[in-house]
Design a protein around this ligand. Structure first.
Ligand code: GUN
Length: 280
């Protein structure tokens, strides 16, 4: 079994992006800019945002952190996003989710211009992916594809099963695999005989958000197993896959932590560099 080392792969991606960020600066006399809007004080969000800001610094992307209090009004949040939308020094805007409950996620995100939507969350970007002509693609599934590519894992003609159908991970993951000519099945909480389906998978992606949900008996011998989950269990970070069991069956397996997670952040940087190159 080969461990798909997301940490090391993300490092390699960042090195490449650093070169592009330097070339951008040499060409346009300004840095690439990413604005991160964090509203409220969700502890996990603070950690994620801190990681994103640090990763920007590593590749020479200027980050602008707009940290707003939990009781920020919708008008104020809209004003901040519109100001960033109009700022020529800001090439990407990320609004960290989840938002405090009084704020309307769709309404706020819709104020981000599609070309600055580095999360790929807007209908324009999600739709382009669904039509098979992707523009900006959601970071986590894009990171999974990059991991497969860099480990020379073929996708064309293979059976891929995605467990989970979220707008951020499951759906775009299925579409990316489909665009790469896999035969794709999407499973979810209402799927019957789940294990019978997952056992067909040459490539199995677990994005359910339940600790150690995918067990060895659900995996075909020699499958590529991608674990997108990040769950806290008894103070420990565990994925959606029972790692020890899966390691007995899989040919390739992502660890948690150190698998898909670092790739997600690397793809955020990649989306930001691409957005800047398209609209300097
Ligand atoms: N919250 C958890 N994951 C993400 C993500 O990828 N992007 C944003 N904006 N918020 C998140």
């Amino acid at each position: 079994m080969t461990i798909l080392d997301g940490k090391e792969t993300a490092r390699a991606v960042r090195e490449e992006l650093k070169v592009r960020a330097e070339a951008f600066k040499a060409a346009y006399g300004k840095e690439i800019g990413l604005a991160v809007v964090l509203i409220g004080d969700d502890p996990a969000s603070r950690i994620y945002v801190g990681n994103k800001v640090r990763a920007c610094a590593e590749v020479g992307i200027r980050s602008v952190l707009k940290a707003l209090p939990a009781d920020t009004s919708e008008e104020e949040a809209v004003r901040v996003i519109e100001e960033l939308a109009a700022d020529d020094g800001v090439h990407g805007i990320l609004v960290q989710l989840p938002l405090p409950p009084h704020l309307d996620e769709k309404k706020l995100l819709s104020r981000i211009p599609a070309e600055k939507d580095v999360d790929g969350f807007l209908p324009e970007n999600a739709g382009a992916l669904a039509l098979g002509a992707p523009r900006t693609v959601s970071c986590t599934p894009k990171g999974v594809m990059e991991l497969l590519r860099r480990y020379d894992i073929p996708v064309r003609g293979r059976r891929a099963v995605v467990v989970g159908r979220s707008a951020i991970v499951g759906r775009p993951m299925a579409l990316l695999l489909l665009n790469a000519d896999a035969t794709v099945t999407v499973c979810h909480s209402h799927t019957r005989d789940l294990a019978d389906i997952t056992r067909e998978a040459d490539i199995l992606v677990a994005a359910v958000g339940k600790p150690r949900f995918v067990t060895a008996d659900m995996i075909k011998d020699g499958a590529v197993v991608i674990d997108v989950g990040i769950n806290r269990l008894d103070g420990k970070l565990v994925g959606d896959v029972d790692y020890e069991g899966a390691a007995e069956k899989a040919s390739f397996l992502t660890p948690v932590p150190g698998g898909v997670g670092p790739m997600t952040i690397a793809m955020l940087l990649s989306n930001t560099v691409e957005a800047a190159e398209r609209r300097p």
